[in-house]
Design a binder for this molecule. Structure first.
Ligand SMILES: C[S@@+](CC[C@H](N)C(=O)[O-])C[C@H]1O[C@@H](n2cnc3c(N)ncnc32)[C@H](O)[C@@H]1O
Length: 369
């Protein structure tokens, strides 16, 4: 019996378009990223590691996971009964690997949609549970659910402002290629755009992040106590306004900006700036209290600048008395910590902490002084 070759992803997308008509962009993104045979995350290799396609904060330095662990332990100390950290979109496991030694009795679960990443997680962190979706975690959670650079990858629709109102971008096949067109916007897309992008001029392009909102609502809904922490690039609705002429959707491959998302579905990451105002609205409607900061502020609150200062002193001491190897290792740890805090890079990422509103915010050691 001959084995059939799998149909290329682009051909399956084209065939769905010919059966059902223009494909909304969120469906296109779902297939391009998460298709289990050929999607960028769904198939093939692990993407988020140093030799992969992008470098995230946990991959840059273990100090990121350590700072997050201090936040989790402080939350648990105040509440008394948090018992788990759930890393959703855990990638290679670098965040949990760095955090685990500092979590005491608090356990960990990794949630990963990518089979390659799940395999890597099971090999690297054999003591923790690895599941494929938040739903699989099961039961009520007293703990902290973290999502670092997850929500920018969740499928989004694209709304386009016309002089008469909102249209929606959809994918069609023309001249044997995938092309973008506009069609009347679906009601839920129009409603989101009216709510979060009403002030924009005609021609504006807005990523309608319904799946990100749904993820946050689900995560908050799972909590009996604790918090959801979303860390990502993005801004408030107002802060994103001047990026809306073109929209913020873009692709990455091998650490560089890639081509138009329609050209090579499955071969590139597709990502966008996260609208944190829309997420805060979801959190508030889920009766969660929100705190919104930059990554640099969050990591400073949880001790990273103090660690950086200690490392710089150790580096100076090593320059006087240590070996070249020791000095170089300290230099590299200093550079990594500085990268996490850089005001025009990772330090400008945003952090949203959403807690059930009957809980008061936790004060950090720095704030207590
Ligand atoms: C940009 S990577 C970030 C990985 C990791 N959090 C880090 O900071 O290094 C996004 C990860 O989220 C995973 N992912 C995407 N959608 C997911 C979902 N709905 N549930 C769980 N994991 C998901 C992808 O497979 C990928 O490993």
């Amino acid at each position: 019996m001959s084995r059939q070759r799998p149909v290329a992803l682009i051909d399956r997308i084209a065939s769905e378009i010919s059966e059902r008509g223009p494909m909304f962009f969120d469906r296109f993104m779902e297939m391009a990223l998460y298709d289990l045979e050929a999607g960028f995350f769904g198939a093939g290799r692990l993407r988020s590691h140093r030799t992969g396609d992008f470098l995230t904060s946990p991959e840059v330095s273990p100090l990121f996971g350590e700072a997050l662990a201090r936040f989790v332990v402080a939350e648990a100390d105040r509440r008394g009964d948090l018992d788990v950290v759930i890393d959703c979109g855990a990638g290679s496991g670098s965040l949990l690997a760095a955090a685990l030694p500092h979590l005491g009795d608090i356990g960990a679960v990794a949630v990963e949609v990518s089979p390659a990443a799940r395999q890597a997680l099971a090999a690297r962190l054999p003591a923790i549970r690895v599941v494929g979706s938040l739903d699989e975690v099961g039961g009520r959670v007293r703990g902290v659910i973290v999502a670092n650079e997850l929500l920018d990858n969740l499928p989004a629709a694209v709304a386009v402002r016309s002089v008469d109102g909102w249209l929606e971008e959809a994918v069609i096949v023309a001249d044997a290629s995938l092309r973008a067109t506009t069609v009347p916007a679906r009601p839920e897309v129009m409603e989101w755009a009216v709510r979060h992008a009403a002030a924009l001029p005609p021609g504006s392009r807005v990523e309608v992040q319904l799946a990100a909102g749904k993820w946050l609502r689900t995560a908050i809904g799972m909590l009996d106590a604790g918090a959801v922490v979303v860390i990502d690039y993005g801004d408030t609705t107002a802060g994103l306004a001047d990026r809306r002429a073109e929209g913020t959707m873009r692709t990455y491959r091998a650490h560089h900006l890639g081509p138009d998302p329609l050209l090579e579905p499955g071969a590139t990451d597709i990502t966008m700036d996260v609208d944190f105002s829309a997420l805060m609205a979801v959190a508030e409607s889920s009766r969660a209290a929100t705190e919104y900061t930059t990554q640099a502020e969050f990591l400073t609150t949880w001790g990273l600048r103090q660690q950086l200062s200690t490392l710089r002193h150790e580096e100076l001491a090593a320059a006087r008395t240590g070996s070249t190897m020791e000095r170089l290792q300290l230099r590299s740890r200093v550079t990594e910590a500085e990268t996490l805090l850089h005001p025009r890079g990772l330090g400008d990422f945003r952090v949203l902490v959403a807690r059930k509103s009957h809980q008061s915010p936790v004060s950090s050691p720095q704030q207590e002084r």
